[in-house]
Design a protein around this ligand. Structure first.
Ligand code: ZN
Ligand code: ZN
Length: 349
């Protein structure tokens, strides 16, 4: 059982540190994380004393049956009216909202509705809590990872020269469904030269006799996601690609070796990027080294050179260095890592 009360307590301490009397939570994954509710079009208004779950008549019965510790508020006229009433009733003066999620127009109208109270944009408040996974979440992530690995192993057997990207894509989707999962994102199957496009779309290109295929897949299972990329090599591979594969592999190992609590996240990115730059491919690696993963495929923290936060036990993220060379091909190797008490565990191997 997920301990939602504990999560709400942590959020309230974070709100106190920001002098917020209330926080409006609209991001769908954040609503699920704090309440356990899995439907849509619902939001939370969290205050130190009371927690409100705001939804419409489609979800009110389900919410009443499943949510504990929330007053359920069914929107009768408009969400603006409901929120204005609740904010007044709770006496909240400084109300935060999730500025990365709320559309501008909605935020502007709410700002007017909340007056004379202040309505303030906040970022990553719940996301920072979500970054540290609790044991129940880690167990679900492990199941999602094992789904992705199983899917990959079953699909690999059928990959032969001549099979198209689209066909592999279809087989992947069927395999996910067979395992009671969904695809966490549109799978990337890129044959030969197509692999130089980091997020190539599967098309009619066939697997070459001599060449490679990049496969990037993930399962969405019981709300939690996995994400891994593997390179398949068929027949004879040119020296240049072999060399690139070796560099990417070495860059990943270098980053992985660094992972433990207390290490600055930007240093993990720099370790891998530095090695790729030294090999002369700095311009061929344009994205961050990785991303947090859990309820969302991409979530806080980004494993990039700009993330000053430090690693902490319980974080789960991807490490996916890459080199993409237009007209030749690309290599990306992606694994998921759990930060443990004194190091890390690679979940996807
Ligand atoms: Zn991926
Ligand atoms: Zn990824």
């Amino acid at each position: 059982m997920m301990d939602h009360a504990k999560r709400l307590r942590s959020l309230i301490s974070a709100m106190k540190a920001r002098s917020l009397d209330a926080l409006l939570v609209t991001d769908e994954a954040n609503v699920t994380y704090l309440s356990g509710f899995k439907g849509q079009d619902s939001m939370l208004l969290v205050t130190p004393r009371r927690k409100f779950f705001i939804t419409d008549s489609r979800y009110s019965e389900e919410a009443a049956d499943t949510l504990k510790g929330f007053s359920i508020e069914v929107v009768r006229t408009t969400a603006y009216d409901t929120l204005r009433k609740l904010i007044r009733k709770s006496g909240s003066k400084r109300v935060g909202f999730e500025s990365m999620d709320l559309p501008y127009e909605v935020a502007a109208r709410l700002k007017a509705a909340v007056k004379p109270g202040r309505f303030m944009g906040e970022r990553d408040m719940v996301e920072k809590l979500r970054a540290i996974k609790d044991p129940e979440e880690i167990a679900l992530i492990r199941r999602s990872v094992s789904c992705a690995k199983k899917t990959f192993n079953r699909i690999v057997r059928g990959i032969r020269p001549g099979v198209t990207e689209e066909e592999i894509h279809r087989r992947l989707e069927i395999e996910f469904i067979r395992q009671g999962a969904r695809s966490a994102f549109a799978p990337i199957v890129a044959a030969g030269k197509n692999s130089s496009k980091p997020h190539a779309h599967s098309g009619r290109t066939a697997v070459p006799k001599n060449g490679m295929v990049m496969i990037d897949i993930g399962c969405s299972l019981d709300g939690y996601n996995s994400d891994l990329t593997r390179m398949l090599f068929l027949g004879k591979i040119g020296d240049r690609l072999k060399k690139i594969y070796g560099i990417v592999r070495a860059a990943q190992e270098k980053a992985l070796a660094l992972i433990k609590p207390g290490v600055r996240i930007s240093d993990v990115d720099r370790a891998a990027r530095g090695l790729i730059e030294k090999a002369g491919h700095g311009g061929h690696f344009g994205h961050a080294l990785g991303h947090g993963i859990g309820l969302s495929v991409h979530e806080y923290p980004s494993i990039s050179g700009r993330t000053e936060a430090r690693l902490a036990e319980g974080m789960v993220f991807t490490v996916e260095p890459a080199i993409y060379i237009p007209a030749l091909g690309g290599v990306r190797i992606e694994d998921m890592v759990l930060v443990t008490k004194d190091g890390s565990e690679i979940l996807t191997r």
